[in-house]
Structures are given as C-alpha cells and as structure tokens.
Design a protein around this ligand. Structure first.
Ligand code: ADP
Length: 611
C-alpha cells in the first residue's frame, strides 16, 4: 500500500522545479548595507589600526617614485652620480619597507576578518536553530542548508571579504601615495595619467552588476541541484515503486542545463571584464608615453617622467590590477553568499531591540489577575528524542516566578540539559507548552528568543575577538556602563587586566576552562535577557567563585535564574529546587525535599559524602 506521505514524496522528488528566481543585485546591496555599516562601526578600532598601517604603504609608494625622480634630476643628470646612487638607495630602502608594513597590515586584518567569520557562523547556526524549532518537520532540510552555510559558504565569504579589504585598501592607499608623488613632481602628469585609468575602472565597474547576476544564477542553480538530488536520494525507493524515475531524472537534467547556461553567461562577462582590466592596466602607460613631448614642452623634467613611470608600473597599476581581479573573483560572490545570511526583504533586520521594547511577538499576555506572568511556565510537557523512545519528561508542570532563583537537580542522564533546551526553545516538546514571561516559545524566531533568555552550557564558548566583543556578544549595543557593570559584578577585573584590557584580543585556546566560563558568565550578565539558565556553566570554577558568580547573576536587576546544579551548595542557594526523577518530579525547598523526596535525600547525601 502506498501511503499518503509516500505519494507526496514521489510528487516532490519527481517534480523538476525551477531554480529560485533572481532578485535584483542592487536591492541585495541595499539590504546588506546596514549590516556592513553596523559591522564596521563595531570594529572601528581594527579599521583605524588597518588604516594606520596602510598609511605607511602610501608613504612607501610616495618615496619610491620620488627617489627615482630625484636620482635622475639631482644625481645622474646633474653630474652627481653619488647623489643619484644615494637616492636610488632611498628607493630600494622604501621597497624593503613593504615587508614589515604588510606584516602589520595582515595582523590588523585578522581583527576584522575573524569576527566577520564568527558572525556568519553564529548567524547560520541561529537561522538553522530558528527554522528547526519553528518547523521541526523540516529540521533535516534546515540542517542541510546550515551545513553548507557553516562550511563552504562561510569560508567563501571569509576569504572573499579578506581579499577585498586587503586589495581595495592597498589600491586606495597606494593611489594616495602615487597621486601625491606625481602632484609633487609635476602636477601636469595627473591629467595625462588619471583619465585613462578612471576609464578602465569605470568599464570594470559597469560589468559588476551583470556579472553578479550571472554569479547568483549559477549559485542558485547549484543549490537547487544539490537539494533536488538529496530529495531524490531519500525518495529513491518510493520513486521506483511509483515508476516516476524518468520524470525525476529529467528534473535533474533541467537543473544541470541551467547551471551550464549560467556558467556560459559568466564566461561572457569575464571576457568583457578582461578587456576592462587591460584598459585600466595599460592605457595610463601608453598615455604617459604619448604625452612625453607635450610634458617636456611644459618643463616637466626627465626625472619626473621617470618617477611617474615608476609610480604607474611599480605601484599603482599592479595595485589596481590586483584589486580588480579580487573584486571580480570575490566581490560579487561575496554579495551573493552574504545574501543567504540575512533575512529576506521586508523582514526586520535582527538588530537587538532596546530592552522592554519587544514587538508584537514579545508581548506577554497579562494574566487574568493583572499580576506579572511567570518568568517560566511549563504546561503538561512531554519530552522525548523521537517517536518510539521513552519520554524523559511526562506531564511536567512548572511555574517559576519572575526574579526567582531555582535549581534543577537529578541523576546524570535524567534529562536536566534536555529541560534547559526545551525552556530555551532549542528542543521542541512532543506535547505541552512553554511560555517565557507569558509568550510561547514554540515558533518564536531566534532574535526575540535571544532577548528573552540566555543558556550557558558547560563548555564556555569564547571566540577570537576582543575581550569586549566577547562580553558584548549577546548585547552588541551595550555601552561601556553595562560591560563595566558585568566585569565588576563577576569580579572579572583581574582576568580582563591579565588579558590586556577590554580592547585586547583573546586567544580562546590560551584560556583555562574556568576562565572561559567566567567570560561567558560576564556575557550573560551583560545581556538584556531576563532569564538566565546555567547548565553546569560554573563546573570549572572553585566553590567560592561559583557561589559569588551565582549570587551576582541572581542579584542582576530583573533576573530569573535557573541553575542546573552539580553541587549541593549550588542547590542550597536557590529559592526552590526541582528534582527530576524520570517518572516524577518533586519541587520544594531544601528542607521540604529532604523530608519528601528520597531521591533528593540520596543526592544530598552523595554530594555531602567526603571525597
Ligand atoms: P542530564 O543533563 O540530566 O545529564 P540529558 O538531558 O543530557 O541529561 O540527557 C537525557 C537523556 O537523553 C540521556 O539518556 C541522553 O543520552 C539522551 N539525549 C540527550 N541528547 C540527545 C539527543 N540529541 N538525541 C537523543 N538522545 C539524547
């Protein structure tokens, strides 16, 4: 018997489908612009450092051409070969300067590129989680797209971004040095050299839009082909059973033909671009040579002509060519790939909203009695890891009041972390509801969820970036006040100082597990979320530091704290304790539970036992 879902799969797999249509490239750039501006604003420090090193590149460019010009005018042509040689030595020294300058540039570049990559990875993970939670039935599909985003597409974007920053910056600063040099030698050189270069650049820019469209078409076709073949693979048995393999195969052929056509169109535009590259790269030299008589008539010296030629051949044109090649190879691909990381047009960009200014989705229904809704409300939860597996929670109810401090205890493997995942929307219950401050968790997008709760797992994730970026990860708009408050509350001062201050770069591998946990606790403190859930997030801290951290978080204004406890002391600090026992749940204070819960008595006895 062919079931309904089998029919549906046959139909889906057999339908050839068309690749997603192309949106307008211009629209995409407009959509990406606010994200780009926000990113650069947030990494002003790295940008300034990069610009400072790049300015040395301008100086180096300036010196090379200038020294060549003076070696002729003041040295060899003036009958002073020693002075000529000395100026040539200056030019050689300037060339050698390029090594250390590039080293400095690369070091600063990582301060931009690594946070960029981390941001994309975070975004891809958020998107996948959001989609999986909103629609668990399509979780596998979301996972496939996320794998591609987390790996191939993130790396394409990272490499493209690094290449663009490096080459655009190099061209801009080389141009400053070369134009300043030519203006200093003889301003008449500029109207000869700059217009043909600008012409080539313009021609090149004109190819950007059509080329990006072709690139997007190619990527869409590639993704559609991957999706279709995955669908075919899963439905192969059913396709054979339904006898629709022929239709399914022709769908794939159509997608392959589309990818081929997109490849051809890309090749055509590449030819036009090569022409532009040639024009920008060679025309200025030709123009300079052709204008030599005119320039000589105007009193431009032979040294200045040679200096201008040096600027063109040695610095400006190679930088222009490298930049154009990088933009051609990576620019449009970067835009097309980045588009996949931002919400579709018309949907709110996920900028963190100011605290308490949530949208409709965040609005918590006011309870009938007019009081504040509970910070956490679980109603009749049934939680398992798939059909046919025994439930970890069954008929589970819990209400945690706003501002309460609750500990969750139970034997290992009983489902404590699973409960944390259900409360935070990372795992969907089979049955029942979870409401945070009155708003249901199910189907809620990840940006509002991120403002509602923070889950700190056992392993603190610290990323390569500055200390401040790590602390402000969940509150990108947090000002100095909020960060300093978190540092003071959790006594992170000595650690931050040892790392070199808030602006110092962190090497995650150089931190101990406890130090990573401390930074993550600081991050949770700085976040705007009112609900903090610690899933053994203090297990690498000594008992005193753990006690202080938990108390500091519990004291944070408007905080509801839920701690999965791994020590009796941690449970004792809570207002109430939830004991998970598989089949049943007990809730109460330490004293009550010692009386009423044999499991809690056992756990307390085990924790208290010496050794
Ligand atoms: P605890 O935090 O109490 O130690 P967990 O919530 O981590 O327990 O796990 C509860 C049970 O669920 C364990 O038996 C564990 O193996 C199982 N489990 C946890 N995560 C998954 C998963 N993603 N898929 C299937 N089973 C899981």
């Amino acid at each position: 018997m062919i079931r309904h879902d089998v029919r549906r799969r046959c139909a889906a797999a057999g339908n050839g489908g068309t690749p997603p249509g192309g949106h307008r490239y211009r629209g995409t750039v407009r959509r990406l612009l606010p994200y780009a501006l926000r990113f650069f604003r947030r990494h002003k420090g790295a940008l300034i450092g990069l610009a400072a090193w790049s300015l040395l590149e301008s100086v180096q460019t300036f010196l090379v051409g200038f020294a060549v010009a003076w070696s002729l005018d003041r040295g060899f042509l003036a009958g002073r070969p020693a002075e000529g040689l000395a100026w040539l030595a200056v030019a050689a020294a300037s060339v050698l300067l390029a090594g250390p300058v590039l080293r400095g540039v690369f070091r600063r570049l990582s301060g931009l590129v690594e946070p960029f990559r981390d941001g994309l990875v975070r975004r891809a993970a958020d998107q996948a989680l959001g989609r999986a939670v909103a629609d668990p039935a399509r979780a596998a599909e979301a996972e496939r797209a996320a794998v591609s985003r987390l790996t191939r597409q993130t790396e394409i974007a990272r490499d493209g971004f690094a290449g663009l920053v490096l080459t655009v910056r190099s061209f801009a600063f080389t141009a400053v040095g070369a134009v300043a040099g030519m203006a200093a030698l003889a301003p008449e050189l500029l109207p000869v050299v700059l217009p043909p270069m600008a012409l080539g650049l313009l021609l090149f820019l004109l190819t950007l839009l059509p080329m990006a469209a072709a690139q997007r078409r190619y990527l869409d076709a590639d993704e559609a082909f991957t999706d279709r073949s995955a669908a075919l693979r899963t439905g192969l048995r059913d396709l054979v059973a339904c006898g629709t393999t022929g239709t399914a195969g022709s769908g794939l052929h159509g997608l392959a033909a589309e990818a081929e056509a997109a490849g051809r169109s890309l090749a055509r535009w590449t030819a036009v671009r090569t022409l532009a590259l040639g024009a920008a790269g060679q025309l200025p030299v030709v123009a300079l040579l052709a204008a030599v008589p005119w320039l000589l008539d105007r009193g431009v010296s032979a040294g200045a002509l040679m200096g201008a030629l040096t600027y063109l051949v040695q610095s400006l044109l190679p930088a222009l060519r490298t930049m154009m090649t990088a933009v051609a190879a990576a620019g449009s691909r970067l835009v097309v790939v980045l588009e996949r990381f931002v919400p579709p047009e018309g949907q709110e960009p996920d900028a963190p909203a100011p605290q308490g200014a949530g949208g409709q989705e965040d609005a918590a229904p006011v309870p009938a009695d007019g009081g504040a809704p509970p910070a956490v409300l679980c109603r009749d939860l049934r939680v398992s890891y798939g059909a046919g597996t025994p439930p970890l929670l069954e008929g589970f109810d819990l209400a945690v009041a706003a501002g309460e401090h609750v500990a969750v205890v139970g034997p290992s493997g009983i489902g404590k972390s699973t409960l944390a995942h259900v409360l935070t929307g990372l795992h969907s219950p089979d049955h029942g509801d979870v409401l945070l401050s009155g708003a249901p968790v199910r189907g809620r997008a990840s940006p509002p969820m991120a403002r509602a709760r923070v889950l700190l797992p056992q392993e603190g994730y610290v990323f390569a970036g500055t200390v401040r970026e790590n602390l402000a990860q969940l509150a990108p708009e947090a000002g100095d006040g909020r960060i300093s408050e978190a540092v003071a509350a959790l006594r992170l001062g000595p650690l931050v100082e040892r790392l070199g201050g808030l602006e110092a770069d962190v090497d995650p591998a150089a931190l101990s597990a406890g130090e990573r946990q401390l930074l993550c606790l600081g991050r949770a403190h700085a976040s705007p979320a009112p609900l903090l859930i610690l899933d053994e997030a203090t297990c690498h801290l000594d008992p005193d530091t753990e006690a202080h951290a938990e108390e500091a978080l519990a004291r944070r204004e408007g905080t509801t704290l839920l701690v999965i406890a791994h020590r009796l002391s941690s449970a004792l600090r809570a207002d109430r304790i939830v004991v998970l026992d598989g089949t049943s749940t007990a809730v109460g204070t330490h004293r009550e539970l010692l009386r009423t819960s044999p499991l809690y008595r056992d756990l307390a006895g085990y924790w208290e036992a010496p050794g």
